[in-house]
Write a protein that binds this ligand. Structure first.
Ligand SMILES: [Zn+2]
Length: 159
């Protein structure tokens, strides 16, 4: 088995933003970020409906002009364990350099009002399974407890 993310010691992993891997595809580097919202196996994972809403809102924001990084965003998606998101970015980028974009994206979720974007049967595979209230709660918690007071240990995987 050769899956880099399975080699990380999840017992020592804190909430934060980590470079999960850097791949080289056709001369281009792609950075996969581990945006870890919950401490693994310690606190309850994110509610399914809430992480679904987080996925929609983070993707919409990061792919918008407002984010300042839209042209580099390749992929935004939830982890199956529901403790975080994977975000793939074009180029070789550090977690420290990615931090302001992630912070702005979670601020966008925290302050979001209105209907969840693309939550219709035409645009989404499970459009009724959303929870904006919980998504906003999780965004606010991650911002105030992690992103806005980040330390080195929240930006680098445990060695
Ligand atoms: Zn959806």
């Amino acid at each position: 088995m050769n899956v880099t993310s399975f080699t990380i010691d999840h017992d020592r992993l804190l909430r934060g933003i980590y470079v999960s891997r850097i791949d080289h595809v056709g001369g281009e580097a792609l950075t996969t970020f581990d945006v870890r919202i919950k401490k693994p196996n310690t606190e309850p994972p994110i509610e399914i409906s809430a992480i679904h809403t987080l996925e929609h809102l983070l993707a919409v924001y990061l792919r918008s002009e407002e984010s300042g990084i839209a042209d580099k965003i390749i992929y935004v998606g939830p982890m199956g364990c529901r403790t975080g998101m994977y975000i793939i970015v074009k180029g070789n980028m550090s977690s420290k350099d990615f931090l302001p974009y992630v912070t702005a994206a979670f601020e966008y979720v925290k302050d979001f009002e209105g209907k969840v974007p693309a939550a219709t049967s035409k645009e989404c595979g499970n459009y009724k399974d959303h929870n904006l209230t919980f998504a906003k709660y999780e965004a606010n918690k991650y911002l105030s407890e992690v992103l806005l007071c980040i330390k080195d240990e929240n930006l680098n995987y445990p060695g």
